[in-house]
Design a protein around this ligand. Sequence first.
Ligand SMILES: Nc1ncnc2c1ncn2[C@@H]1O[C@H](COP(=O)(O)OP(=O)(O)OP(=O)(O)O)[C@@H](O)[C@H]1O
Length: 365
Amino acid sequence: MYIKELYLVNFRNYQEQKIDFQPGINLLMGSNGQGKTNILEGIGYLISGKSAHCKSENDLIRWGEKNFYLSGSFLVSERLFMLEGYYETGKKVMKINQLACKRLSDYVGTVNGVSFYPDDLNIVKKGPNERRRFIDLLIAQIRPTHFALLNAYLRAVHQKNILLKNERNINLLRIQLQAWNEQICEIGSKIIINRSEFTDKLNTHCRKIFQSIFSDEDHLDIVYQALGKKDLEQALQSFPEILEKKMIQEIERKAVLFGPHRDEIIIYLNGNDTRIFASQGQQRSLVLSLKLAEMEIIRNEKDEYPILLLDDVLSELDEYRRDYLIEYINTLQKQTIITMTGADDRITNQNAVVYQVSNGNIRRK
Ligand SMILES: Nc1ncnc2c1ncn2[C@@H]1O[C@H](COP(=O)(O)OP(=O)(O)OP(=O)(O)O)[C@@H](O)[C@H]1O
């Protein structure tokens, strides 16, 4: 699959810009702060219906403007898809082939992409939130209903929180909490099952990739701990019981304390938690492995490689890992869009199309 054309209006530092991409390697070159990452952000937004970096879509609107519009034509299994995104405060419309989608779960998954930004290091370095987000986004690309499950689950948790804060009658509170717990259990179990399945897939691919970019002797293990349990069946069986047992604690604290929104995904390298013990270089190689594993998982499920978006990551890697990634891109021969501040012969020699990005303008070289 690949993006043929991108059109942006009032998106970040672009007033109006159209870009034609080629199916192979596309290099966006320019100095710092010119708008290279913003192009990847635009493509990523069209693919996922979400921003990779901004919590509020208002931040994506060009300063001084009231809305933004994006459109892209994509080729997927030789079929042409036109994706569009429009946003103004309080209104968001995502369209596939001119039809507006009611829910994000109706929109995602049409086109797939894997992006690698320098701050993706947080997937390994930071808390479980980042790893849950990573795996949830991966699942949603293949199984868009996962987004619907997450939304339904978060709504139930939100309602339960309101109840815990406001209901003073303890008997009434208990009855209502039981009803919410049943819902949380039902939806939460489906989320846990999806995450567990995809953690297994990640484990299989990531292990092999990490060994090839690091060393054969290193053993990687990604463990999804649902509800604090390492065993999936045990977690699912004990879910209702845990919620029942913890009810008193939740009433005392007036907050929802347990459920898959708190789950951990721990990445072990030779038995040690990589968040604490891996070196910066090992953490980078690990993120690279996770991203390339994501490529393989999507390819296996969709029979096509996703679009690869790389934001200035070559400069973040040491020479060996950089060579590995360049070799990967060159042999992959699929669409890759890379941002760089300076030319790298090993990429520019590979029939790459080069674009010069300068202050919100793009020119093909
Ligand atoms: N909402 C916005 N409206 C207008 N300009 C914006 C907006 N958000 C960010 N910018 C501008 O976009 C530019 C940053 O663009 P971007 O991050 O794409 O740069 P870059 O070329 O990738 O830079 P670097 O090489 O430093 O990563 C900055 O000049 C910033 O001020």
